[in-house]
Design a protein around this ligand. Structure first.
Ligand SMILES: [Zn+2]
Length: 426
């Protein structure tokens, strides 16, 4: 609602809620313990979307160490690469040690595809340069998880396989900039076979169309860069129609189901990837999210008058990002992170590709990058005091962040940033 009666979301409480999710959560969330890495991703990415990463700055390195402690590394002979990836949590009982003992798994230990997806994106958002990831091992682990029908299991032992894990596999491949862990023709066939008579995607062939799985299918095709080659124009039209019809006030996941906070992202994000989000009604969508916001402890619940949880808190914020809510960063819907973090990933990819071409520039230690970033950010704010009518040019920081992560180029980046800043100030 525009005007003086417009509801203001209480971002301070949402920040506090996400911080709580990274420390201790109420007992009713005990069942989430085996997916602690994914809960952490919701909180870390939620804080990023609210541009509040400073709120966890003092614990940032501890979080990075904890995430790396969940990495299942290969043994010396690399004979166990099929087990590799990131564990979903430390629940299996392996003692915390972010260093070499990661190579000593406990019985029935292995990576989990959702844990790997959550860990990689969380490391990226936390500012890690991903240099301690064993990329070949994760790709080998991914290859082991693909089944003959093209879908993916969550773990080497797991019987569960569906579109959720197809999306995780696509995201992991995109982040690692390596698609050799996926048989693309097979996975594309699986996605096509999951398109239902209703016009949207199901978890697998012969099942019911669903908002969450539709997002997973469409985002996977977008990440693979083949949406329009795989889905015909008439199929795309039916898909857009199905998604738009899911809006009641907020969005529902299936026909005849109640609206639910998370579908403001699952269906909203799909509409954005299809280029028709502008045909949804922001007033109704935002109004529903106002009802599911918890005004006491922060976060969003699934439904009005329910308790908030990390998943719905995060996707409530994402839904608002799609509607360009002030105070929330724009997001890269396919990758499910802020555009800022997605841009940072592209900088890391450039670095990897340069290294693969022969040059191996040493990486600038992360602490130096953070320090230089703070120095640079101080310049525009000092100048803004003198002239509040001018806002700092965003490209300074973007240029700086990409250049500063490329080893010896940090010196050039600082010079470029300073020249830009001085030019802008005067
Ligand atoms: Zn939900």
């Amino acid at each position: 609602m525009a005007g003086p009666n417009r509801h203001e979301f209480n971002w301070k409480k949402h920040v506090r809620f996400f911080k709580m999710c990274l420390q201790v959560v109420p007992g009713r969330y005990a069942s989430m313990d085996t997916t602690r890495m994914t809960v952490a991703f919701f909180a870390i990415s939620g804080l990023d979307m609210l541009d509040q990463m400073d709120a966890i700055e003092k614990d940032r390195q501890k979080m990075v160490d904890w995430i790396y402690s969940l990495q299942y590394l290969p043994n010396a002979a690399r004979s166990n690469e099929g087990q590799c990836g990131f564990r979903g949590s430390s629940t299996a009982g392996r003692p915390f040690d972010p260093k070499e003992s990661s190579r000593n798994p406990v019985p029935h230990d292995s990576g989990h595809i959702a844990g790997t997806y959550s860990a990689l994106l969380s490391l990226l958002i936390l500012g890690d340069n991903l240099s301690k990831i064993d990329r070949p091992a994760i790709v080998a682990g991914l290859r082991k998880l693909q089944l003959s029908d093209g879908s993916f299991s969550a773990t080497p032992e797991d019987g569960e396989n569906d579109m959720r894990f197809v999306y995780c596999a696509a995201c992991i491949s995109y982040v690692l900039d390596d698609w050799s862990g996926i048989d693309r023709p097979k996975v594309i066939r699986y996605i096509k076979n999951s398109l239902t008579y209703e016009g949207a995607f199901a978890q697998g062939p012969g099942l019911e169309a669903h908002g969450g799985t539709t997002f997973c299918a469409v985002a996977s095709l977008v990440l693979m860069g083949c949406l329009h080659e795989v889905i015909s124009p008439s199929q795309l039209d039916r898909l857009k129609r199905w998604c738009l019809l899911r809006q009641q006030s907020g969005f529902q996941g299936r026909p005849n189901k109640p609206v639910d906070t998370c579908y403001s992202f699952w269906v909203g994000g799909t509409l954005q990837l299809l280029g028709v989000f502008n045909y949804s009604n922001n007033l109704f969508n935002r109004g529903f999210l106002e009802e599911t916001e918890d005004s006491v402890v922060g976060g969003f619940a699934k439904w009005p008058d329910n308790s908030p949880d990390p998943l719905h808190a995060y996707f409530g914020v994402c839904g608002l990002s799609l509607m360009s809510e002030p105070g929330v960063l724009k997001m890269d819907a396919a990758l499910n992170v802020s555009e800022r973090s997605a841009a940072r990933l592209r900088g890391i990819h450039s670095l990897w590709r340069d290294s693969a071409d022969g040059g191996v520039p040493p990486l600038l230690p992360l602490e130096h990058t953070a320090f230089l970033k703070r120095c640079l950010m101080a310049l525009p704010s000092a100048a803004a005091t003198a002239d509040a009518s001018r806002s700092p040019p965003k490209h300074i920081l973007d240029s700086y962040l990409i250049l500063s992560s490329t080893g010896w180029l940090w010196l050039i980046s600082v010079c470029v940033a300073l020249i830009y800043s001085i030019t802008w100030m005067f």
